[in-house]
Design a protein around this ligand. Sequence first.
Ligand SMILES: Nc1ncnc2c1ncn2[C@@H]1O[C@H](COP(=O)(O)OP(=O)(O)OP(=O)(O)O)[C@@H](O)[C@H]1O
Length: 450
Amino acid sequence: MEQILEKWDKILQEVKEEYELTEVSFNTWLKPLSVSDVQGDKLYILVPLEKMARDFIEKKYTLPIKVAVANQTGQDYDISFILPEQEKKIKSSYNKKPAPTSGTTDISNLNPNYTFDTFVVGNNNRLAHAASLAVAESPGEVYNPLFLYGGVGLGKTHLMHSIAHFIQANRPDAKILYVSSESFTNELIDAIRNGNNTAMTKFREKYRNIDVLLIDDIQFIIGKESTQEEFFHTFNELYLADKQIVISSDKPPKDMETLEERIRSRFECGLTADIGSPDYETRMAILRRKTETDNFELDDDILSYIANNIKSNIRELEGALNKLMAFSNLVHTPITMDLAVRELQNVISPDKQNEVTPQLIIDVVSEHFQITPEQMKSKSRSSEIAKPRQIAMYLCKNMTDISLDGIGSLLGGRDHSTIIHGIKKIGEEYESTEATRSLIDTIKKKINPN
Ligand SMILES: Nc1ncnc2c1ncn2[C@@H]1O[C@H](COP(=O)(O)OP(=O)(O)OP(=O)(O)O)[C@@H](O)[C@H]1O
């Protein structure tokens, strides 16, 4: 809540600038708005005007504000606009919710949209997804602990919330606790600060009297001695009682250098699954699913433009789409490629997307065939490697100015005649075979969507 309050003026300014609102529109619709409350991932915005105005603001500004809030705070919120007479009711109903006590389920902090149904499975997350589903189906029985790791914005939290939702739906009696390692630390510090045994006992009861504990972003407890110590005992107690533990982190246990050895070895005794960067197909599938869910029509070329230019972070991928949706909603205009390029210029660097280099071609072809660029450069003559290599030769010749010798040296020091042979072979297949033509065209689009 504090973070949003602090940034509120900036959030409104961002909407104003992004959508080029006039002073009159800004002063009439946005300026009167204020933050009423934040409850979990719900942001309540107070509209001190009549209902009609509220409805208009809701229709026109929900997405722009959602995007600006996400940009300014790094978090996604569901936005609700409320009238003054609703404010009291919302606050009191939330406050009535009992604070989680020992042994109760506390998943009020889960995002309802993060479920297995909305999670797109690709090569980058197949193991992590399968392991999460297995754990959700049989908590405490298969992989314990389940340790999920991967870079920023790749779906760790989404999978953890999916596990919690699934268990809650199928085992309503199970006591589930989802918490970030920061909250765990803060609660512990509060209990210690309280200085009495009751506070500490309460803390321990809360964390040790449950069936499933999901701790997100465990890397934040590293180096905090008393938190590590407390976590170690919590972990042991749950583990010995066959209770399910799911942990996420930005790196695997072996790379968490300052993590105590005894904790590291506990982490490694279950299953460790990583989530990598999504490939082009997965990025497209995620974008398509989101446009379907939000009922937003967007040309495949534009989706492909986004998928080609935002590669390593799904949060940013979704952010780009949200931006286009907000824009289209606001100006009631279908999004064309030109508009998309213009609107996303701060997210996607225009120079980058046009620059087709031989290295980019090698990377994209490798990714397409799921081999590594090193394999492409290797001596291997197996058809799984040789064919992609020849395709890379052909594309380098057709899409860049590089010399034949240059292609040869990039592809593992191959001589001139090998490169000519490869280019000729694929060129002939392109002319004579429909399948090769469509394959090459698809890869070309991945390399340069324009
Ligand atoms: N495979 C996927 N299918 C659909 N949506 C996904 C997928 N992976 C990630 N997302 C979406 O991307 C966004 C970021 O994911 P999430 O918050 O789970 O990332 P994270 O790995 O926990 O990031 P961080 O390291 O910042 O905590 C979320 O909106 C999530 O729903």
